[in-house]
Design a protein around this ligand. Sequence first.
Ligand SMILES: [Zn+2]
Ligand SMILES: [Zn+2]
Length: 287
Amino acid sequence: MSSSHLFQNRVAVLATMHHKEVAIAPVLEPELGLKIHVPKNFNTDQFGTFTREITRSGDQLEAARRKALSALEQTGMDLAIASEGSFAPYPALPMLPCNREVIVLIDQLNGLEVIGEAISTETNFNHRSISSFEEAYEFAMKAGFPDHKLVVMVRKDSIDRADIVKSIAEFDQLREAVSIALARSQTGSIHIETDMRAMHNPTRMKAIGQATRDLVEKLKQCCPNCSTPGFTASTVKRGLPCDWCGSPTDLVLAKTYQCQKCGFEQDKLYPDEKRTAEPMYCSYCNP
Ligand SMILES: [Zn+2]
Ligand SMILES: [Zn+2]
């Protein structure tokens, strides 16, 4: 059994209304031999959107999982794919926005759930308050407009649909949206942000493609005991020994891989390809 046999000639429902098949199908279809099906009228906005009319609930993986399960329920199929993105400051460099994409494959026929992931600092994710078209224009230029679309809102917490214009893709449209929002604003300033929905954001679409390739890599890792695909690391063991004194440090010593099907476990030592830790990580040598 291999990943290509498990999925060959099956149809996978992709839970999206934002054309994510553009990034996902060209990777998954040839690699797994399956066919992607995008249901008509599938409304993923019930799970929360980037433009915040609906507050996103649960964490990112949970949101992707719920979309996939809902697509299975709506279509009666047994194989589903869904993805979910988030945008947050990069942990090491808080000034730098970072895009994390997760993609989940749920196979009810074989009792499998496999997750792909991509973390990229290549994103145009941005927002600011503006009070003129000139400021909007300046923001747009930095955001890669018009290939990347924009959202203009009267206030950054606007919820009234009349106060929000999404999918702005042309300069005339931007000028009009800014002037209408300014006329509705009580303060003289309005809010502009990048439209992060996949079909309006080619940079994000690229990150979804990366996460999909990671999913394929994970599916190619098969259990040494039963050959089920998706043999991936589930936990890490810390304690990589210090290079000077041999005491355990907080660095990763091993990753434990586990099979979802048969429960087989295997430790892979030195996942970062280092057998010892620099003394700077040791609490004895570098207190
Ligand atoms: Zn197994
Ligand atoms: Zn030491």
